[in-house]
Design a protein around this ligand. Structure first.
Ligand code: ADP
Ligand code: MG
Length: 755
């Protein structure tokens, strides 16, 4: 590329004909951000730093994409799934493994060597050099420690070896994972244990391939240090309860019930140029500064809009990678906020679904940089702009292929459906606080409990038809179903559509959506493991409670149908306070919910203690899902994460404010002074003074935290967060007045709208 440079008085300039490359040596000049661009015609123009980052950001072109020569259907290509297992394993080993996968029968340890050998051969054929036990510690992320397959044999060469023992158990040096006091570092042993029910997969890197084996992670005393073990235990608990209930309901064909999970994931994609100019995004995942842009999502022009070409290219690539890993991606679309998108898979059993959800987040992050994009999974990357959630679609399925929450055409006559749906209503009402706690994090406090979706009050949306059916049962009335109506769209060429039995409700945190419940309160970067565990366990308990009532009613002489109607009606009567079909964001709902006695736990320090409430401990212990110690460890870890995250944010905010924003403001003041415009001076100077004072205050309050995690968490919420907000208030005000080319952080208007 042609680059010329010459000297001007005081300033040495380098000039390039490429608008992306033009650069001025900045050290000798006042305005560090000055650059010169030469247009094709040869005229030089001054461009502010900001405008040039924007030019950088839009340089991506579709022609840079190398089209993949892989076939269109690559589903499962990198998974050691059933097809590979059948082909490669001796018949009896294959059958034994399937019995464990499909029916949760205990795994015969002697088959492990055969599975390990087949898995190794398969992985080596595809270029793998290493394997790892892939697990999900309480950080909410995934963890991996890679070991080579190859070991020297003494003659200067190496051979590949992988035994059943290495497949079944690993012992990572796990002393630095959060345990909430379950393990002291001097007894830091932790084990990973192979989960044969979630298939092993290959993670590809341009320089090699790694075999990943999904595993559980436990302390040497057998306590769960991860999100998988309790999830698997809760699936067992629900299986038992649901089978018992199905027996009473007259279904004896089903031998296994499992829960199903299909999480919809929201995320942002922004150009990497902006990301790397923002230490707040790099260090905390969200912007700690940023004035509201003139245009937000008010025009509703982004939701379901045409997907920008670069974003679509990135999505297609991401989806291809996920397909190879056997993650059944189905849906993509633009979300409400500018630069926000959604991806959703077809549902799977909850264990595999949760593993796949973790993979999905990893792949989203890994693929984006190929398109000069960065994927933001934080729940609230931009203040004042719609945040990102994860909708946990959840239902119960049977090995007979039935969905227990499928109402069919006439829900009022589907007693089995009404039974299980009523159990969910009871479960959610009884354990609303626990459900809220299961999704509580520092990032979530900017959504739940703030003025955004969904509210911190846990309620259920059922839709009007279902509500009417349940109300009729509860009040001993006869339900008259509306006849199946068709909608006339007013044009003979358009087909008549059946009228849905109920509208949707976007504001509900827990909504019935046709044949599943959708728990919408999860944060976008959250592991769905713990919320799923909670749902399964509270449902197991409620199903058991209803089954007991059913037994009693049948014992009292009622016919099964009468007994079911009676139990469902009574359950709904006792728990319908949790059902709400109106606007969950409204002030009226907050008042109404309070009068119904529903909890409104707005912040994480308020919500987390629900995890160690006596009702929670009794529930989890009686279903052998989590012991009191394991619950306390989770409470400690989550609270600690809350404190640590806010501390990092506070330090980052103080740093950026002191070392980037104050200097920018001072340079601007100097400009104003030179110009001698007093009106500007009296506008800006007091702002800068207050800003400096607010930064000083933030630094002071964040230096000394009170003793004890409970007090510290409350202090972070009540003292440190407000001090950060105050700093931000002045910073954002200054952003609106300081010369654009002096302001060092890219602005919302650029980050969100330039694609
Ligand atoms: P909606 O538009 O109502 O959200 P979709 O059919 O688009 O419905 O499904 C949204 C998500 O719900 C998908 O991820 C899908 O896999 C999941 N889902 C659908 N049925 C079930 C089910 N029975 N159990 C769990 N998740 C489900
Ligand atoms: Mg949905």
């Amino acid at each position: 590329m042609f680059v010329s440079s010459f000297w001007l008085p005081k300033v040495r300039l380098s000039i390039s004909p490429d608008p992306r490359e033009p650069y001025a040596m900045s050290s000798d000049i006042d305005c560090v951000s000055l650059r010169i661009a030469i247009s094709p015609g040869g005229t030089a123009t001054l461009m502010s730093k900001m405008r040039l980052s924007n030019v950088d950001a839009v340089q991506w072109s579709a022609s840079s994409v190398v089209a993949s020569d892989e076939p269109a259907n690559v589903f499962g290509a990198n998974v050691f799934g059933q097809t590979e297992q059948r082909q490669r394993l001796p018949k009896h080993v294959f059958r034994a493994l399937q019995r464990t996968i499909e029916r949760s029968e205990p795994l015969d340890p002697v088959i492990a060597d055969a599975v390990a050998a087949a898995m190794k051969d398969w992985a080596l054929e595809r270029g793998a050099t290493h394997y790892t036990h892939w697990f999900q510690p309480l950080t909410g992320l995934t963890a991996e420690k890679h070991d080579s397959f190859f070991g020297p044999i003494g003659d200067g060469t190496a051979i590949a070896a992988f035994s059943g023992g290495e497949l079944v158990q690993g012992e990572p040096d796990a002393s630095s994972f959060p345990t909430g006091g379950i393990r002291a570092t001097f007894e830091a042993r932790g084990y990973t244990a192979w989960d044969p029910t979630s298939p092993a997969f290959l993670l590809e890197n341009p320089n090699g391939v790694t075999l990943c084996i999904p595993t559980a992670f436990t302390s040497w005393t057998g306590e769960a240090l991860d999100h998988k073990i309790p999830l698997l235990r809760s699936i067992e608990a629900l299986n038992k309860s649901a089978l018992r209930a199905l027996g009473l309901l007259g279904d004896d064909t089903v031998t296994r019930v499992f829960t199903t999970t299909g999480p919809e994931q929201e995320y942002f994609l922004i150009d990497k140029t902006y990301y790397y100019q923002r230490p707040d995004l790099i260090n905390t995942g969200r912007t700690l500064f940023g004035a509201k842009p003139p245009k937000g999502h008010e025009l509703d022009d982004h939701y379901f809009g045409t997907i920008p070409e670069r974003v679509l290219a990135c999505m297609l690539d991401t989806e291809r990678e996920l397909m190879k890993l056997g993650v059944p991606i189905k849906t993509r679309h633009n979300e409400v906020a500018p630069a926000q998108y959604e991806i959703a898979p077809i549902f799977e059993n909850s264990n595999v679904g949760c593993d796949h959800q973790q993979l999905l987040m990893t792949i989203l992050k890994n693929v984006a940089p190929r398109y000069d994009l960065v994927c933001l999974l934080h729940e609230k990357p931009f203040a004042g702009v719609n945040g990102s959630g994860k909708h946990l679609n959840w239902s119960m399925g049977t090995d007979a292929g039935e969905n227990l929450l499928e109402p069919g055409a006439t829900p009022s006559e589907n007693l089995q459906f009404l039974f299980f749906a009523a159990a969910v209503v009871k479960a959610v009402d009884t354990h609303q606080g626990l459900l809220r706690a299961a999704v509580a994090t520092a990032g979530q406090d900017h959504r739940l409990g703030a003025n955004e979706a969904p509210p911190a009050i846990i309620s259920i949306f059922l839709g009007s038809e279902l509500e009417n059916v349940f109300n009729a049962l509860a009040d001993g009335q006869v339900y008259v179903s509306p006849s199946g109506e068709l909608m006339d769209l007013g044009s003979p060429v358009l087909p008549p559509l059946p009228k849905a039995s109920g509208d949707r409700n976007r504001t509900s945190p827990f909504a019935f959506t046709g044949n599943k419940f959708e728990f919408r309160a999860l944060g976008s970067n959250m592991s769905p493991g713990f919320p799923n565990t909670v749902l399964n366990t509270i449902a197991a308990q409620a199903i058991d409670n209803l089954a007991e009532d059913l037994e009693a009613a049948i014992g009292g002489g009622a016919t099964p149908a009468e007994a079911i109607q009676k139990v469902v009606g009574a359950t709904y009567r006792n728990h319908r306070r949790v059902v709400f079909g109106g606007d969950g964001y409204s002030e009226e709902w907050h008042a109404e919910a309070a009068s119904r006695g529903l909890l409104n736990l707005r912040t994480t320090p308020e919500a987390l203690p629900q995890i160690v409430e006596s009702s929670t401990v009794a529930l989890f212990e009686s279903y052998d899902v989590l012991s009191a110690r394991e619950l306390h460890s989770r409470f400690d870890v989550f609270l600690e994460q809350y404190i640590t995250n806010i501390n990092i944010e506070a330090e980052t905010a103080a740093d950026i404010a002191s070392t980037m924003l104050v200097p920018a403001a001072l340079r601007y003041l100097e400009l104003i002074d030179n110009a001698g415009i007093s009106a500007l001076d009296s506008e800006v100077r007091p702002l800068v003074e207050s800003f400096v004072a607010a930064i000083g205050h933030l630094k002071t309050v964040n230096e000394d935290h009170p003793e004890g995690t409970d007090a510290e968490a409350e202090y972070m919420r009540d003292v440190v967060l407000p001090a950060m907000a105050e700093v931000r208030r002045y910073a954002d005000a200054l952003e609106r007045v300081v010369a654009d080319d002096l302001w060092p952080l890219p602005k919302y208007a650029e980050i969100l709208f330039i694609k």
